[in-house]
Design a protein around this ligand. Structure first.
Ligand code: 1GP
Length: 238
């Protein structure tokens, strides 16, 4: 089965998928072995690799190291078209549909094609929606787009559904890495009820309760970045 097929199957079986986001920019390479070991013994089902600002040239080495030490699927979660490594299993091919900056709606995607054509990566088109979370986040600053208001559940639902109609395979509701406030429960609930495709939720989730809330609201996959970055024992309480 392909990786997206496995995500769909998990949705059908009501299995909760938990992804750890690793930003190569924020990780100390010398502690990577320990970090991978912690992930392998955690409830995590996937590893995402990427970040809004990463532009190093050692992504291949980073992903190879991960792949050598874990059996979990590794998906790229790129902040720009340069964050592509053929060593990963797949890529969330993001289009920032909450914003109106053509660079992040389609330009980076066009620039990525020469790299993707040469790769064996499984490409998963993903409608990426940035939701207001209390203060400006890095993704907001880098993408030069405004997030959708926390109260505008209708617009988020419509945008997510437009993504589905456009053929996106996943919808990702993003509060932003290290966000003050996670995506509201009611918003996750409303969007998940609209969609037939899987829903990913991330940004600002810092506790087991936060993870459970997102799942209970209807998220199919929850993403944890900062909480694990700050405390490698985070998943021991999950
Ligand atoms: C960011 O959704 C991810 O793109 C994870 O966010 O770092 O706040 O967990 P956090």
């Amino acid at each position: 089965m392909n990786f997206y097929g496995a995500i769909l199957q998990a949705k059908i079986e009501n299995k909760r998928l938990l992804a750890v986001l690793l930003d190569p920019d924020k990780l100390d390479e010398t502690s990577l072995d320990k970090i991978i070991e912690k992930i392998n013994t955690s409830p995590a089902t996937h590893i995402l690799v990427g970040g809004s600002t990463y532009c190093g040239n050692s992504l291949d080495v980073f992903v190879l190291n991960l792949k050598a030490n874990t059996n979990l699927p590794v998906f790229l979660f790129p902040g720009n078209y340069k964050q592509i490594s053929n060593e990963a299993d797949g890529i969330l091919f993001l289009s920032l549909m909450s914003g109106r900056n053509p660079d992040y709606l389609v330009e980076h995607q066009i620039k990525a094609v020469p790299f993707l054509e040469k790769s064996r990566l499984e490409i998963m088109p993903t409608a990426y929606l940035l939701i207001e979370s209390g203060a400006e986040t890095t993704v907001e600053r880098v993408s030069k787009t405004r997030p959708i208001a926390r109260t505008d559940v209708e617009l988020v639902c419509q945008t997510a559904k437009a993504g589905e109609y456009l053929g996106q395979q996943l919808v990702y509701l993003e509060a932003g890495s290290g966000a003050q406030q996670a995506v509201p429960y009611e918003m996750i609930q409303a969007v998940s009820q609209k969609l037939t495709i899987p829903l990913i939720v991330g940004g600002g989730i810092r506790s087991k309760k936060g993870i459970d809330d997102a799942f209970n609201a209807g998220a199919d996959m929850v993403v944890i970045g900062t909480a694990f970055e700050n405390d490698n024992t985070f998943f021991e309480s999950c």
